[in-house]
Design a binder for this molecule. Structure first.
Ligand SMILES: [Zn+2]
Length: 320
């Protein structure tokens, strides 16, 4: 099948390195997934990434590659094309990922934080495609996500904006690794759900959010109390976001979303109680729909986005 313009998205995770080719309308043409091999440091990971991108290009029947977006698990200095903070990939802090991949492929590369990329993916072809402004909260080990304003990723001056997981929900709440107390992710992430279930002594062993969900469905009151607390924490966070941003859409993703019916009632009660902006603007809280592909798709969207303009110009200026 002949295709026109396309882009390539890369999702560099601590476990898997995923690469996809997509058309301008968000249709996935080809996908490759390989394990991320961390033992050889950044050089090996970049080798594998370049190999995967080359293999993918051979599969696509088009010479019109517009650019490559790379989603990475750390704070990104977009101008420099490096991660300034990266906990999950040893040796990558300050490593010139963008310039190195660009040099080897001769194609413009755009680097983006994975949470921001996921939010961008949902805005492009996911649950947020009908809006220009949204915030995404991904409930996992912590709470990540991103903020899209006027169709663009909101990065802040050092790429550290959108840290919704570290918004203070309870001033004297659970201690967080960031130094704060009562961060949202200590009260509403998948890990927080397990910790709360453990603390309440619901069962002798550790339960994940799925098992706790099953118990709540079977009428276990303590399990339901955990989800009430999760909904309350999310409601407080989203009320603050709604008052601050007046966005029409707040998206949630991650494993605990399976228990939506258990936590959503307390979440909506809380956000409606606390935010007149949310109530009066009839903002929505919905499930994200792209799942674990959100970051990959957001990365593929980067070369097509209006934000692509600046870095491409930088590259031309270097005569690449
Ligand atoms: Zn924190």
């Amino acid at each position: 099948v002949r295709v026109g313009a396309y882009s390539i998205g890369v999702d560099l995770g601590g476990t898997n390195l995923r690469v996809a080719a997509a058309t301008e309308s968000g249709e996935i043409l080809q996908k490759i997934s390989v394990p991320t091999v961390l033992t050889g440091g950044p050089a090996r990971v970049i080798d594998d990434m370049v190999d995967a991108i080359r293999a993918l290009r051979e599969e696509v029947a088009s010479s019109d590659l517009r650019g490559i977006g790379v989603a990475v698990p750390g704070f990104v200095d977009v101008k420099a094309g490096v991660m300034v903070v990266c906990v999950n990939l040893p040796g990558f802090e300050g490593f010139p990922i963008r310039d190195e991949v660009q040099r080897r492929l001769g194609i413009p590369i755009l680097l983006e934080n994975d949470g921001n990329a996921a939010a961008l993916g949902e805005k492009w072809i996911g649950a947020g495609k009908d809006v220009q402004d949204l915030a995404l909260l991904t409930l996992g080990t912590g709470i990540g996500g991103g903020i899209i304003g006027d169709g663009k990723v909101q990065r802040g001056f050092l790429g550290m904006a959108g840290e919704i997981g570290h918004m203070t929900i309870y001033p004297d709440g659970n201690p967080c690794g960031c130094g704060n107390f009562g961060c949202l992710e200590k009260h509403a992430s998948a890990s927080a759900i397990t910790a709360m279930a453990n603390m309440m002594g619901i069962e002798a062993r550790k339960l994940d959010s799925q098992e706790l969900h099953t118990l709540a469905l079977a009428g276990n009151e303590k399990a339901q109390m955990v989800f009430d607390a999760v909904g309350r924490a999310l409601g407080i966070a989203i009320a603050n976001l709604a008052n601050l941003l007046n966005y029409p859409l707040f998206l949630l993703s991650g494993g605990p979303l399976a228990a939506w019916d258990q936590f959503a009632p307390s979440m909506f009660a809380e956000v409606n109680k606390r935010s007149f902006v949310f109530r009066d603007s009839r903002a929505r809280i919905e499930k994200a729909i792209l799942g674990s592909n959100a970051g990959l798709l957001g990365a593929a969207y980067l070369p097509f986005s209006e934000q692509a303009a600046a870095p491409v110009k930088t590259m031309a200026g270097r005569g690449l």
